[in-house]
Design a protein around this ligand. Structure first.
Ligand code: CTP
Length: 397
């Protein structure tokens, strides 16, 4: 059975010339067995008629908020996916600013279903910083964007802004629907970032972790349909992903308390945080003065190993994933951690390799499993690495 069969898809058609191409997509979705409801904006009706979409979707097309006053609520709750095609400069501006002044924007405001946004417009509109800022804001809020293609535009000019091909759009729709099912019924706990171990009120021991890998895992776990995602993070510059319970901590001790308090409620635990292994044994209440001594010796003590503790407490139905950031003997050290900490999977990376490590946008990871198998992924952006990790982990659940 196709991924699309029986899925409820709301197609929001806006006023751009590519509206006529969207008709074909609606037709393909309906042919594949999806239940497609179409909303046309007033501007879209200038380009195409409701009758075209009614014939292709075999469903009544909606255009007016006041025609069926509760239609937007029903569609918003029942949809598995919203597809905005073509998404115009205007609708993206409205969405980014919370404007709901017609049927489509009101329905979008009321839905919690994933929204696939497919912009198509003149390249100078697409590259306008206002548009880009709005698109960035929506991406951060969890909206999924399919980038337009470069080529011949309706104006006769060449540039970026063309409506993507039918194959690309159908694949993006199928990918979202498949991903949505992967972690459904599961609850995911993620740790991220460094920890900060204070020496005095001003100084601390920390590390270079940016938190990007852990934040990407939490965000993708939401996209993969997890029932709940909790992100416990040390200090980072990152914004917590939308729809995720966010717990901010400072030290290894605080992270331990936050994790142990919640651990039993989750069945997938991903420990991506770079927890400090050592902390100053004595924490000074006042800022240390440099005039007080010629030399300063700081005695360090071990922090609690959170992951080892979880490995001891873990139940049969919990999957525990550890991360191993290494600078040498990658696989050997990672395998030791897998065994010693009683993990199901270790995600290992050599932080000295080009394209990996805390300060770059990409990562190169090797997954090691309990049965001795391992798999190295290519160098990918961190959110792609997160997807690949979750796809594999989902098979264990
Ligand atoms: N970890 C943890 N608590 C600690 C230290 C590490 O929970 N106090 C977790 C990390 O979140 C990671 C895994 O253990 O998932 C491995 O962390 P890493 O720093 O690579 O290894 P360590 O166990 O600290 O060992 P070493 O520093 O000697 O390599």
């Amino acid at each position: 059975m196709s991924t699309l069969s029986g899925k409820k898809i709301v197609a929001g058609i806006c006023g751009g010339i590519a509206a006529y191409k969207a008709a074909n997509i609606v037709s393909k979705l309906a042919q594949a067995g999806a239940y497609v409801r179409v909303i046309l904006t007033r501007a879209a009706c200038e380009f195409v008629t409701p009758l075209t979409f009614e014939s292709l979707s075999h469903n009544k097309v909606l255009t007016d908020l006041w025609e069926e006053p509760l239609a937007h609520v029903e569609l918003a709750y029942s949809a598995d996916l919203f597809v905005l095609m073509p998404a115009t400069y205007n609708i993206i501006g409205k969405l980014a600013h919370g404007i709901a002044d017609d049927l489509l924007t009101t329905t979008l405001a009321a839905t919690r279903a994933p929204v696939l946004v497919i912009p198509a417009m003149e390249s100078q509109m697409y590259t306008n910083p206002i548009f880009q800022e709005n698109a960035r804001k929506l991406t951060e809020l969890g909206y999924r964007f399919l980038e337009p293609e470069a080529g011949h535009l309706a104006s006769g000019r060449e540039g970026i802004g063309r409506f993507p091909s039918e194959e690309k759009i159908l694949k993006a729709i199928e990918d979202i629907l498949t991903e949505r099912a992967l972690l459904q019924g599961h609850r995911v706990l993620v740790t991220a970032g460094p920890t900060r171990e204070m020496l005095d009120p001003m100084r601390c021991i920390t590390n270079k972790s940016s938190g990007k890998m852990g934040y990407a895992l939490a965000e993708q776990a939401r996209h993969f349909g997890a029932d709940a995602v909790c992100l416990i993070s040390g200090p980072t510059q990152l914004k917590p992903p939308a729809g995720v319970e966010y717990v901010r901590v400072e030290s290894a001790e605080e992270m331990r308390d936050a994790v142990l308090e919640r651990f039993v409620q989750y069945d997938l635990i991903l420990m991506a945080a770079a927890v400090a292994d050592w902390r100053p044994k004595k924490v000074f209440a006042q800022k240390l003065k440099k005039s007080s001594a010629r030399e300063l010796t700081i005695v360090l003590e071990k922090t609690p190993d959170i992951l080892s503790e979880l490995g001891k407490r873990k139940k049969k139905d919990q999957i525990l994933v550890g991360f191993a950031a290494e600078t040498e003997k990658l696989l050997e050290h990672a395998r030791e951690k897998l065994k010693e900490k009683n993990l199901d999977i270790v995600v290992a990376n050599d932080i000295t390799a080009p394209g990996a490590g805390p300060e770059v946008e990409t990562n190169i990871v090797t997954l090691l499993y309990r049965d001795g198998k391992s798999e190295t992924l290519p160098c990918l952006p961190k959110h792609e690495v997160a997807k690949e990790i979750l796809r594999r982990v989902a098979q264990f659940l």
